[in-house]
Ligand binder design. Structure first.
Ligand code: BG6
Length: 475
């Protein structure tokens, strides 16, 4: 298997799960700083007031804030060509409402860019990865308010100006289609429903679609600003790709799978890539009784702010079944169990072939470059008595997904790069736990808050180093 020259091998992180230092050097709290820990069976709780008796895993993360030099050196040792990370919005504007940015926050990312430049690693920056300043959620229900567009554009232009020439690839919102799911109501849209259960927020379709509209306008304005600030900037969208198969050839199941794919995967990206709402949007809004309030000029802004490339996460697929008894509850996405696939301990079906399928689907639709910016196996790692971590299961997972991505490239899909998730262990997002690890680098941090934060190389570290060195030939 031959990957294109210049293929961007790397890894991905997000500030809220990685940086820690949640209240250091003037940083304000983000939405996820107000979410407690949880696990696969116990959802994280949103606490609008911090509870001194609860643990908030994002507060410490794995302390990239104080380990960035060591961490970037480890990425360089693996041969990383690209590092995807997010800038922590409330590190720059602590509440979101300030007129002037927090200089100490900006200086932290100056230092991160310095280190990346030192090793020749290209940054890929997510402007918003579930890190809205909590004050925006509290004061105006986050993206439900149109006023949040200006706050976001102010922040996005501040950082794109500051790091002009140092970063040329930007993603406007992480997994913007998370706003289509119950877990996204607070985490992605910043809407405080009053229900503390992070995963199962009560739905309010009118508010949800309106908030998404505000995000689309904000994304388009950021794309325009990015191009104006630096003609060489490439601006991208980021979608959580939730591939749905029909459970049976029953046309009713096939239809349900079609609808899920459209609704979950393409509603948002059609707006961001094509600059207009998809043809099927009207029916969706009508069926949910939604009327979107659009300001004059919004549709024009969407047209002018289309992205240059498409990026996505891919972890699993699911089956659509019209037989309600087939629905499983354990999985984040819902759906029926696929009898052909094994699952992780967190009940995420492992489906490498689905990556090739979805890459072809997306390329067929948009014909623009794609980057796989999240993929990986979240699981427990055991540290042996000699400190070794033999994570062959992770190597196996990644190898099969890289092969599938390689096949898609041979199919003719233009893929720019691959940045698997949590290249250094970090706090898991949906469950807020450390036990679910993704990294090539182990971090000594545990769910009870203990740990030295020491970093060590897992077996997969040397494996990925060879993959990169051979440009994907040695898997
Ligand atoms: C993606 C998010 O949905 O999945 C990441 O962009 C997240 O923030 C990743 O960490 C894996 O999910 P989890 O819940 O296992 O951390």
């Amino acid at each position: 298997m031959k990957f294109p020259d210049g293929f961007l091998w790397g890894g991905a992180t997000a500030a809220n799960q990685f940086e820690g230092a949640w209240d250091v050097d003037g940083k304000g709290p983000s939405c996820m700083d107000m979410a407690t820990n949880g696990n696969h069976h116990t959802p994280r709780q949103i606490t609008p007031e911090l509870d001194p008796n609860r643990l908030y895993p994002c507060h410490d993360g794995v302390d990239f804030y104080h380990h960035y030099k060591e961490d970037i050196a480890l990425l360089a040792e693996m041969g990383f060509k690209c590092f995807r990370f997010s800038i922590n919005w409330p590190r720059i504007y602590p509440t979101g409402f300030e007129d002037e940015p927090n200089e100490a926050g900006l200086e932290f990312y100056d230092r991160v860019f310095d280190e990346l430049e030192r090793y020749g690693i290209e940054p890929l920056v997510t402007l918003s990865h579930y890190e809205m300043p909590f004050a925006i959620a509290r004061r105006q229900n986050g993206w439900a308010s149109r006023g949040t567009i200006d706050l976001y554009v102010k922040y996005a232009t501040t950082v794109m100006r500051r790091y002009r020439g140092r970063c040329r690839k930007w993603l406007t919102f992480n997994e913007i289609n998370a706003g289509m799911m119950p877990i996204g109501m607070y985490m992605s849209l910043g809407i405080l429903t009053g229900d503390p259960d992070l995963r199962h927020q009560p739905d309010n379709p009118q508010q949800r679609y309106q908030a998404l509209h505000h995000q689309f306008v904000a994304s388009a304005l950021a794309v325009k600003a990015g191009h104006e600030i630096d003609l060489e900037n490439k601006m991208g969208c980021m979608i959580a790709y939730m591939l749905a198969y029909p459970l049976t050839p029953n046309p009713a199941d096939v239809e349900l799978a079609r609808e899920r794919n459209q609704y979950r995967n393409y509603y948002c990206s059609d707006v961001q890539v094509r600059g207009e709402y998809p043809y099927f949007a009207r029916r969706m809004w009508d069926e949910e009784g939604v009327e979107i309030d659009m300001a004059p000029g919004d549709l024009e802004i969407l047209k002018q702010g289309t992205v240059d490339f498409y990026t996505h996460s891919y972890y699993q697929s699911q089956c659509a079944s019209t037989d309600a008894s087939q629905e499983t509850s354990g999985n984040l996405l819902g759906g029926a169990k696929n009898p052909y696939l094994k699952e992780t301990a967190w009940e995420w079906p492992i489906d490498p072939a689905g990556l090739r399928i979805m890459l072809n689907q997306v390329y067929e639709r948009y014909q623009i470059p794609i980057m796989v910016v999240e993929n990986g196996l979240g699981c427990r790692d055991e540290v042996g008595p000699d400190g070794a971590i033999e994570d062959d299961y992770r190597i196996e997972y990644l190898r099969e997904h890289i092969k599938a991505m390689g096949e898609a490239i041979v199919d003719g899909v233009e893929v720019w790069g691959y940045t698997p998730w949590g290249c250094i262990d970090l706090v898991s997002n949906a469950d807020g736990e450390m036990a679910k690890r993704y990294g090539f680098v182990y971090v000594d941090k545990h769910d009870d808050g203990t740990g030295t934060m020491a970093r060590s190389r897992k077996k997969s570290f040397a494996w990925y180093q060879k993959v990169i060195e051979s440009n994907g030939e040695v898997l």
